[in-house]
Design a protein around this ligand. Structure first.
Ligand SMILES: [Zn+2]
Length: 70
C-alpha cells in the first residue's frame, strides 16, 4: 500500500494515477504502470519475428516461383 506523506493517508494502487502519482497532490508514490507495447512479453516478439521471417521466406519463394527462377 503506497503511503502519501502530504495527504497522510494510504492509497490503493488502483486509485493512484496511471503514472503512479497521488490523485490528490501528485506526489510520486509508485512505479508508473507499464502500458502499451512495452508490457508485451518478450516471447511474443520472438514469435512475431519468427512469423515475419517465415512469411518473408514464403514471399521470396512465391516471387521466385512466379518469376520462374526455380
Ligand atoms: Zn497525496
Amino acid at each position: 500500500m503506497p503511503w502519501c506523506d502530504p495527504c497522510e493517508r494510504f492509497f490503493n494502487p488502483n486509485t493512484l494515477n496511471r503514472d503512479g502519482t497521488c490523485p490528490s497532490c501528485g506526489k510520486q508514490l509508485a512505479e508508473p504502470q507499464q502500458q502499451g507495447w512495452r508490457s508485451v512479453p518478450w516471447h511474443f516478439w520472438l514469435l512475431l519475428g519468427a512469423l515475419v521471417l517465415y512469411l518473408g521466406w514464403r514471399l521470396i519463394q512465391g516471387v521466385a516461383w512466379a518469376t520462374g527462377l526455380f
